[in-house]
Design a protein around this ligand. Structure first.
Ligand code: ATP
Length: 307
């Protein structure tokens, strides 16, 4: 049985199509990173899975049931992007309160210990730092001993140490068999945690693959040159695109060759005496390459980049 099933889901807000025919299955014990730029539709997808919203079209199932039924959500823990903690309640009281809604909550002391919050148990949440609040918000997703957790940008705004500590807690939950669907803007975060990565942009799933496969895809470098031959099938070229205007003033086609090893490709082309000119190599950072992956208008961007 899948833990989360999203099938052909479309969700609009007025004229904005936040999700456009999205399908996604998450199996037991998976740790899936949902990666995408601002406004991609990540939070909307989580809100459908947690039953806060209804899809306009398509179906969403959570642990075999309708997420809008409270019974389906007994096995669910959620950390939303923003958490409003009651400022005058103490940390321990908030954990007790949320845990009280579940049949078999984690004992408060144990949960606080796991998240390094023991010393703050008697502090009012209004007195916590931003990082401490975030830690508490993620801890609260686990208080009900859930089978699956949804984390919306769990470590945004945290310093390196706090981020590592939260990652460790998420990893520990996963190692115990828990299922995790988390969103992030940060490749680094997804890289640190996820086994599977779903890239979403403009409400559309652009890629859904293992972390390794996604990283290989985004780690490509771009070799731009003008050549009379089509080099798209050259060894080492993973993908090729014509760059508009494709024809140079004195003939040849301007083309972008994406490759994991730009140096080796250029050496090969020189050795084979391929007649190319105006060579440019753009070393894409992971961020740049990721942006390229979600950019539907790649040829236009490449044209701009080669000027
Ligand atoms: N309640 C709402 N009313 C109107 N439009 C909304 C609402 N919620 C989301 N949207 C729109 O739907 C689209 C997807 O938003 P969503 O919050 O799901 O994206 P996101 O990927 O989570 O973005 P971010 O990374 O910035 O949190 C955006 O265009 C957003 O403006």
């Amino acid at each position: 049985m899948t833990v989360i099933t999203v099938d052909g889901v479309t969700r609009r807000f007025g004229d904005v199509v936040a999700l456009d025919d999205v399908s996604l299955d998450v199996g037991p014990g998976e740790l899936v990173g949902l990666l995408g730029p601002n406004g991609a539709g990540k939070s909307t997808l989580l809100s459908l899975v947690s039953g806060q919203r209804r899809p306009d079209r398509g179906t969403v199932r959570l642990l075999g049931g309708d997420p809008r039924d409270a019974a389906s959500r007994i096995g669910l823990g959620v950390t939303p992007q923003e958490t409003g903690l009651p400022p005058t309640l103490r940390v321990g009281e908030v954990v007790d309160f949320v845990g009280g809604h579940f049949p078999a909550p984690v004992p408060t002391g144990e949960l606080l210990d796991r998240f390094g919050l023991t010393e703050m148990a008697r502090k009012q949440t209004g007195a916590l730092s931003g990082g401490q609040k975030r830690r508490l918000a993620v801890a609260l997703s686990l208080v009900g001993n859930p089978r699956v957790i949804l984390l919306d940008e769990p470590t945004t705004g945290l310093d390196v140490g706090a981020r590592q500590a939260l990652w460790d807690a998420i990893r520990a939950y996963h190692a115990d068999g828990g299922t995790v669907l988390l969103t992030s803007h940060y490749l680094e975060e997804v890289q640190a945690l996820a086994e599977r990565v779903v890239v979403i942009d403009h409400g559309v799933v652009r890629a859904d693959d293992s972390l390794g496969a996604i990283l290989r895809r985004v780690a490509l470098r771009r070799v731009v040159l003008t050549c009379a031959d089509d080099l798209s099938a050259w060894p080492g070229v993973a993908r090729a695109e014509a760059v508009a205007p494709t024809a140079g003033a004195d003939g040849g086609t301007r083309q972008s060759l994406f490759t994991p090893d730009a140096d080796a490709l250029v050496r090969d082309l020189v050795r084979a005496d391929v007649d190319f000119r105006d060579l440019e190599i753009r070393g894409a950072s992971l961020e740049e390459a990721f942006a390229e992956m979600v950019d539907a208008d790649v040829p236009a961007r490449l044209e701009g980049a080669t000027r």
